[in-house]
Design a binder for this molecule. Sequence first.
Ligand SMILES: *Cc1c(COP(=O)(O)O)cnc(C)c1O
Ligand code: SF4
Length: 341
Amino acid sequence: MITASPTSRLSSPVTGWRELWRDAITDAGELLEAVGLAYRTDLLPPDDAGFPLRVPRGFAARMRRGDPADPLLLQVLPRRAEHAVVEGFTVDAVGDMASRAGHGVLHKYDGRALLIASGSCAVNCRYCFRRHFPYGEEIAAAAQWREALAHVKADPSIRELILSGGDPLSLATHKLEELTRGLADMPHVIRLRIHTRLPVVLPERIDEAFTEWLAALPLQKVVVLHANHANEFDASVDAACARLRAAGATLLNQSVLLKEVNDDADTLVALCERSFAAGVLPYYLHQLDKVAGAAHFEVSDEHALELMEVLRGRLPGYLVPKLVRELQGDPSKRPVAEFAR
Ligand SMILES: *Cc1c(COP(=O)(O)O)cnc(C)c1O
Ligand code: SF4
C-alpha cells in the first residue's frame, strides 16, 4: 500500500485531464520518494537541460516500488549519462528539417503528410528526439492550421494525414475539430492517424468529448500508441483503448528498443501480448534515433536482430513488430535486417 504524503503522492485529487497534466511530477527527488527509493548520485542537476523531468502521477504509480532499475522509471529519470558525448549522436538525428513542407508540416514519405501538431507532451521521455527539436516556430496548429491545410489541399497524392508532435492530444479537442473541419473539402484525404503517448501515460485524456469527435469523423482512423513495456498498461489504459476502439479507431503500438528497459526477449514478448490484450497490435519496434543525450539507451543491431528471431519463434506472426530505423533521406522507415546483414 502506497501512503500518500504531500510530497510524494502517486494519486491526484483531481480527475480532469488538464488538471492531471498540470499535476505531473517534475522533481526527481519527489519521484524517487514516491516510488520508495533513496536519492541517487547519478542524476542530472534539476536546473540542467531544457528537458526537465516530467511524469504524470498515474504513470509513476505503475512503477515498481523500491526498484532502481524499474523500466518505467528509467524512461523518465534524467541521469548524468545524458551528458556523454558520443560520436554519431546528434541533434537532428532523423533529418526532419530537411523534409519540412511548411509550418509544422513534414512531407517525407509518399501519400502521408505528418503534422507536428503540438510541441507539448505529458511525459518527457529521456530517449526522445524531441529534446532538441525547435518547436517554438514549428507547430502546425498555429494560425488555425492554415499552412498545414494549404499544403494538404494542394497535393492530392496525400491520402493520410498523420498527427504527431510532441503529443497531438495535448491540444484541446476543439483545436482538433478545427483541423478536421478544414479537411472537409479534401476528399483525397481518407485516413487520419494519430501518434500519441497519452492513452498510456494519461488515459484520462480519452474523454467523452474526444471520443465523440473521433467517432463522428468521416475518415478511417488509426491511433498509434507508444508503450515500451508491459507494465505501462493497467486497467485505466485498457479502458482508454476500449473507448478508442468503440470510436472506430484501429489501435497500433510502436516501441523504442531501449537498453535496460526492454532489450530482452521475455520483456518484448510480454509487451506484445499485453498490448494485444488491450486490443492493440504491435506495429514498429524502433531502433533508437541517434539523438545527443540518448546514447546510453542504444541497443546494437546485432542484439536487436537476435531478439527479433526469438520473437518470431515465440509469438504469432501478427504480434511481431517490425524492427525499423529511420534514416535521413530514406523513402520509408527501413527494416533493420536489410542493412545489418
Ligand atoms: C514515420 C513517419 C511517417 C509514417 O511512416 P509509416 O511507415 O507509414 O508509419 C510519415 N512521415 C514522417 C515524416 C515520418 O517520420
Ligand atoms: S514525443 Fe513521445 S517519446 Fe517524445 S517525449 Fe513526447 S511522449 Fe515521449
